[in-house]
Design a protein. Structure first.
Lengths: 318, 509
């Protein structure tokens, strides 16, 4: 019975991250448009775009190898699994034993690795440009992420997300400087990893300034739909991760009733909305950085992560 | 005998045109290269080349030198003066005249796709395909070499991801750093020289208005002035003031659009949103006042097409109030956003020496210390009676080019108020046809929002255009973009490009 219940929750969780992912993007675009005194596209526009892309012919370059075709599905699968592992509304997930922060980083890292390979596969100038920039950022973003995870894991005593979330809800956590540092670091990593302003501009049409978009410039049709959906999932994943680690209020505990689960879902959507508005406001108020300044920006996240870990080592209460 | 002592040809107004031999031609090229005189334009004609330049007198005067080329050759100006290189290559493509000693012998406007070869030259005996009407085919275009360890090329365009004009950019980079940028233009060649030749003044005026859509008023203005100068007609005073009003509204709209667009290229969309809203109000006011958002065909040789009514003037006054109220806040937002300043300051710096050597006009030249504005230095009515300042900066970076625009917006607002206050009454068109007697030539230089537009026309005795040439300021600005971007990073190119905002259409003819 418990297994069945947990399985239902797990399936619900997988759908819960997949289905609203385009909505989150649509919501952010809408808020940004309103901030610019524009009407903006409807909230469901990202869904329409995905359906449109799936219906279109996928144009593949002559020089593309099997890798180029396989990567969109690989990336999507890895991102979806990673997103499904994060407790969004309930901690009692069937796979929660595998919901390990290190596993999530590894899944995202592999997705990035394959995407960068695919960017270079066709051999166009833009693909290589995008891949090289993406990797330049990743060399700092990944260690930053790992340092933040270490800090959190040292405090909570585990890298397992359900456990960390429960610990964060307990009074044992207290006020810790290292957690605050970790939160800021994680937000920076999230902005960089999701190609948002000031690191990348998701709305640009200027090929030469693109990072993520340049890497996937050769994709079209259903391949592009997969990549777009993966990118949307990834944004949702980072928001969920920040919510799960630092704002775990409303998460339904293991074995809770339907009511608590429904409340968990409502709380989750509220968190997504708050994050969406915050991101839109931040993006509207800042210009994009020079490419070579981005490492400084992500470097801050790395330093914060390092500092958080060190502080935890020096004093158990910080 | 010095150049000035050569007798000018008859019926060329208002500045003299002199027919020179190869010796004088080289001498002029030398003086231009030495920076003694300023380059204006170099264009071809059937069996001759013309070179317009600015003599450094006070007030400045324009001179035209013509070198007949009976053998189809002329000494290259570009050998000493880099800005003349692309015009020379265009002359070779269009007229088949060979510049002797030129450093760059590649084709420019001709991409090997014109049926019938060179538009203005008799087919050479070897051009067998020409008779059949097929494109003669050219050897593949060879981009300049840059070799070295770690260098790679990024080809961009001619079709871009955004909806903009086509042009090809070939970047040679070392990682992110641009080692060399080479432009390949000519994709929007419309055959304007050929279309203009033989058409009536009326039709030619319409063509001139469509050379570069964003500067349609400036082009119409320049063409109308050139025709009027040729025929010795003066537009009625009210028409002159109305023309200036249109020209300033156009400048206002384009500068506002550019300021927003530069910021948007740094992903600072809020500036674009507000500037676009202001620009839209300028365009709507233009529609109310002159019946067309861009005021296309509003200016015609002899006068203006539309009479400015009371409601129109009131609409413009209302617009000035709105812009004056909102624009300072935007300037403050631009100036106080550190993340934006980080992108624009010191990016794409254009050396003042280069701006001077290329006689760069407009905000490109004025942001790099070249103080030239046709409205002030080659004054035409009604600017000779208006008060305005020409902002000049020396930093030469993206930020300076934005600031020149900001200051020019302020000047334009002042000018529009002066024009509305001083607008005389009376007729708005003058008769042209009665003045057509014999072949006559006219020249005019008008300040568009990008810089000085030069128009030269030759009208034959039957009242048709024999030859008309309109030189866009972008001819000097495109090559400077190549220089300004060197040593910058690839990701900053769109920002620099937008701050130059050169015209493809005006350049490709």
């Amino acid at each position: 019975m418990t297994i069945l219940g947990n399985l239902t929750i797990q399936i619900l969780q997988m759908l819960l991250v997949l289905l609203p992912a385009p909505l989150l993007i649509g919501f952010i675009r809408k808020v940004k448009a309103r901030l610019l005194r524009k009407k903006g596209p409807p909230l469901i526009q990202p869904y329409r775009d995905l359906i449109k892309l799936v219906g279109k012919e996928a144009v593949v370059a002559d020089s593309a190898s099997w890798l180029f075709r396989a990567v969109p599905y690989l990336v999507f699968a890895a991102t979806w699994v990673a997103a499904a592992l994060i407790p969004t509304f309930a901690t009692g997930l069937l796979f929660s034993w595998s919901a390990d922060l290190i596993a999530i980083i590894a899944l995202l890292g592999s997705a990035r690795f394959f995407l960068a390979l695919a960017g270079m596969d066709v051999g166009t100038g833009f693909g290589g440009l995008g891949s090289s920039r993406e990797m330049m950022f990743a060399t700092l973003a990944e260690p930053a992420m790992i340092m933040i995870v270490f800090a959190v894991a040292l405090i909570a005593g585990s890298t397992q997300l359900s456990y960390v979330a429960e610990f964060m809800l307990s009074p044992a956590v207290g006020l810790r400087v290292s957690l605050a540092l970790g939160l800021i670091g994680l937000v920076i990593v999230a902005i960089a990893e999701n190609a948002r302003i000031p690191v990348d501009n998701p709305a640009t049409h200027l090929e030469l300034t693109m990072v993520h978009e340049a890497m996937v410039l050769e994709y079209s049709g259903r391949h592009l739909a997969m990549i777009e959906l993966s990118a949307q999932l990834k944004l949702l994943l980072y928001v969920s991760l920040i919510a799960c680690l630092f704002l775990p209020w409303g998460l339904a505990p293991v074995g809770a009733g339907i009511g608590l689960h429904v409340f968990g879902i409502a709380a989750y959507f509220a968190k997504l909305a708050v994050a969406g508005v915050a991101l839109a406001v931040f993006e509207t108020s800042i210009a994009k950085m020079r490419v070579f300044r981005v490492p400084d920006f992500i470097g801050v996240a790395l330093m914060l992560g390092l500092l958080a870990t060190l502080l935890r080592f020096m004093s158990g209460s910080l | 005998m010095s150049f000035a002592e050569i007798a000018p040809v008859a019926h060329h107004h208002p500045w003299p045109r002199r027919i020179v031999d190869a010796g004088y031609w080289r001498d002029i090229a030398g003086r231009l290269a030495a920076g003694e005189w300023g380059f204006l334009a170099l264009w071809g004609d059937t069996g001759a080349v013309h070179l317009a330049f600015l003599e450094a007198t006070t007030p400045a005067t324009v001179s035209v030198a013509t070198l007949p080329c009976p053998e189809g050759r002329f000494p290259s100006v570009a050998k000493a003066l880099a800005v003349a290189s692309r015009p020379e290559r265009a002359i070779r493509d269009l007229f088949g005249l060979e510049p002797i000693g030129a450093n760059d012998e590649r084709h420019w406007l001709d991409h090997g796709r014109w049926p019938g070869g060179r538009p203005f030259a008799a087919p050479a005996p070897g051009d067998a395909e020409d008779a059949a009407g097929a494109a003669p085919g050219l050897p593949p275009y060879r981009f300049l070499d840059s070799t070295g360890p770690g260098l790679h090329q990024i080809p961009v365009g001619p079709v871009h991801a955004g909806i903009i004009e086509p042009g090809h950019f070939r970047f040679t980079c070392n990682g992110e750093t641009i080692v060399r940028l080479e432009e390949r233009l000519g994709y929007v060649h419309k055959g304007l020289d050929r279309l203009l030749a033989g058409s009536t003044i009326e039709r030619a005026a319409k063509l001139a208005a469509r050379i570069s859509g964003d500067s349609t008023v400036a082009y119409s203005f320049a063409f109308a002035l050139a025709v009027e100068n040729a025929l010795g007609v003066k537009a009625p005073p009210r028409a002159e003031w109305q023309r200036a009003l249109m020209a300033e509204l156009e400048r206002l709209a384009n500068h506002l659009g550019d300021i927003g667009a530069v910021c948007n290229d740094a992903a600072y969309a809020i500036m674009l949103a507000h500037c676009s809203s202001l620009r839209e109000q300028v365009l709507r006011t233009a529609e109310t006042a002159f019946g067309h958002r861009l005021m296309m065909d509003g200016i015609q040789p002899g006068g203006v097409a539309v009479e400015l009514k009371k409601e129109g003037a009131a609409a413009v006054r209302g617009l000035i109030k709105v812009v004056r109220a909102q624009f300072p806040e935007l300037v403050e937002l631009y100036d106080n956003t550190a993340s934006l300043a980080d992108r624009t300051v010191a990016t794409g710096r254009l050396d003042p020496a280069l701006a001077a050597a290329f006689s760069a006009g407009g905000f490109v030249g004025r942001a790099s210390g070249r103080s030239f504005d046709a409205r002030r230095d080659l004054p035409y009515a009604p600017y000779d009676r208006l008060h305005f300042e020409v902002p000049v900066m020396t930093e030469g970076d993206v930020n300076a080019r934005v600031w020149i625009r900001i200051k020019e917006v302020e000047q334009s607002l002042d000018l529009i108020e002066q024009i509305l206050a001083g607008m005389p009454t009376g007729a708005t068109t003058a008769d042209l046809l009665g003045h057509i007697m014999s072949t006559c030539e006219g020249l005019a230089v008008v300040e568009g929002f990008r810089g000085d537009i030069l128009a030269s026309v030759r009208i034959s005795a039957d009242g048709t255009i024999e030859r008309a040439y309109l030189r866009d300021p972008s001819w000097a600005q495109w090559p400077l973009l190549e220089a300004a971007i060197e040593g910058n990073i690839v990701a900053d190119f769109p920002l620099c490009n937008k701050s130059f905002n050169c015209s493809y259409s005006g350049h490709d003819l």
